[in-house]
Each structure stands twice: as structure tokens, then as C-alpha cells.
Design a protein around this ligand. Sequence first.
Ligand code: AMP
Length: 359
Amino acid sequence: MPVKMVTPGATIGILGGGQLGRMIALAAAQLGYRCHVFANESDSPAEQVCGAATIAEFYDREALERFAATVDVATFEFENIPAEAVHWVSALRPVLPQPEILEIAQDRLREKDFLQSIDVDTTAYRKISDQASLVRAMRDFGYPAVLKTARMGYDGKGQITITPRTKAEEAWRGMGGEIGILESFVDFACEISVIVARNGNGAWAAYPAVENKHVAHILDTTIAPARIGAETAMRAEAIARHVAEQLDLVGLLAVEMFVTEGGKLLVNEIAPRPHNSGHWTIDACVTSQFEQLVRAVCGLPLGSVEHHSDAMMKNLLGSDVARWRDALDDPLAKLHLYGKTEIQPGRKMGHVTHLIRHR
Ligand code: AMP
């Protein structure tokens, strides 16, 4: 998809005020761009580092149109932004990655149907539209299985593990009676992700596959690169590239995968935005995932994804942030705090990247 070049000095609009928006804005500033964030809360992590901010609800069409009028190109940092909001902005200014890609990623069912349609392996899954379909799927899939809401789920929100003791009625109610999917449980050897960037000329670059450890469904640690064989890593990269090309992506896409004991790769989720498992790239790669996104959406050449260090990224979740000072005892640790004042259990407050230098 041809993209008009947006030159330094121009303004990038960021929909969403979280830490991903903050780190996009920091990378954009380094390249001489201004950023205008649209967030539904004041003093958000992104607002703290952006020159301009609009604070309004995502269904406030007028506010979105006023915001759009001030930016040259827009991107989003949060998957659950209402699709209408993104469409209202895209009627006035380019939004990249393309809103259609966001819509696929927002709905687990559409996402999995899309992946299957382009011959990418996923976990076995079934649409659940009522209690009766859940009962049937539970019988067919066996135990354990994972029930997920189709929409608005992230970091394990809207997810229930189905065991032989689970009552279908309770599980269906627990999900709020919303359309969902039942997935078979994957007893994976490890979880990995690949972040791929693609620009308007179809040039692409993928960061090495990294290994992700989740605690209570939330990313806790990323080990970069993943401790997997070269052949598996190449297959993972090829899958990410294939998905990006089939979407005609302009921007960044994270592809999360399960590696089975037998070495199979099953895509669990895609996210058309910077990803927590790519934070290590800020300190260990020639070009960070955030700079790469800015380059792609502004129609610039992509930067090198080469890494000069291996890394271990640890999230500071909830009250972990109180231990931020300990991180600085390691001179090769890079501390990133997101400026959030309210601590909640599991909330992403910051991260630390421990660099392991190549000799
Ligand atoms: P998700 O919200 O789909 O990214 O899921 C969050 C985390 O829950 C994943 O990264 C896995 O650790 C775990 N998980 C999700 N789905 C499955 C599954 N079908 N089998 C095993 N673990 C899963």
C-alpha cells in the first residue's frame, strides 16, 4: 500500500495514552516529530511526554475529528479502541496500521478465521454463541480447554480455564453471556513472539523470535532471543512475515505463538502495534520497535533489526515497581518507568531490560 512520506516536524497522532503510546512518542521525538495523543484519561503515560493531548471519550466523534485535523498521520497503541473511533479519524487522515487490520485483531474469532484462511496453524477452536454450543464444544474438546471472550480480552481478561468440574452454565455466565471461543489447551514447550515491521513499499524486517513467560496470563519475562533451534526460529519469522504480507500491513505486527513439544508452531494471537515482548529492542537493537513503527507509518525506510546484545526483559507489575531502585544496581540494566501513579495488582508500571553483551 503506497504511503505518503510524512517528514520530521510533522505531527503523529497516537490513539491511546498507555505506555506503548509513551514509548512511540519518545521514539518519534528523537526523529524530530511531534506527537498528539488522544486518551480517555488525563495525565496518562503518553500525555506526560507528548506536546499535545486531547482528553475525551473514544465515542466523542467531534473530539476525534478535531484531533484528526491537527495530525498528519495517526496510529494506535491499544487494541480495544472502538473501531468506529479509528474509522472517524481515518476518514480525515491516514491511520496506520490500517483500521481493517485492527478490526481483525480485536475479535479472536475473526483473527483465528483469518489465520486459518491463510494456512497458518492455530489451536483448535470453536465459536461459542450460547450455552448449548458451549456444552457441545466442551464435550468435543475434552479437558482442559480455554474459554475466551471474542472481544475486549487481553492479559488473560475474559478467560476461563475449563476443567471437568466446570459447569457450562457458570462459565457462560462468567463470560457475561458474550460471544466467545473455546480453544483446546496447548501443553506448550514454550511461548514465543515475533515482531515484524513492514512499510508502504512492501519492505519488511522481523526481530528475532523471543521467548515469553507469563504469570497469571500476564507477560512477566521476555528472553531475547528465544532459546529455540535456528530452524524453528526461521519458521516463526516466516509465519510472521506471511501474516504481515497477507494483511498488506503498514506498521508493526506482533505474532504470538505456542511452540509445542513436537516443534509445531501455533499462532495464538496477533497485535498490530508495538508489543510488550518487543520492549527489549529499545536497549538491545539498532532500531527499536517504536522507532520502526514511526518509520513505517511515516513512509521512511525501515531500520536494522540487528541486536548488539541479548537481553532479558522483566516487567514491573503492580507493587514490583517499589523495587525499581534494585534494578540500578546492575549497570547493564535499563530501567523504564511509565509514570503511572496508581498501583493495581498486575498493572504494567514499568520494565527492566538486562543486557547480556555479545563478546
Ligand atoms: P491470550 O489472552 O490469548 O494472549 O492468553 C494469555 C496467555 O494465556 C497466553 O500467553 C498463554 O500463556 C495462556 N493461554 C491462552 N490460551 C491458551 C491455550 N489455548 N492453551 C494454553 N495456554 C493458553
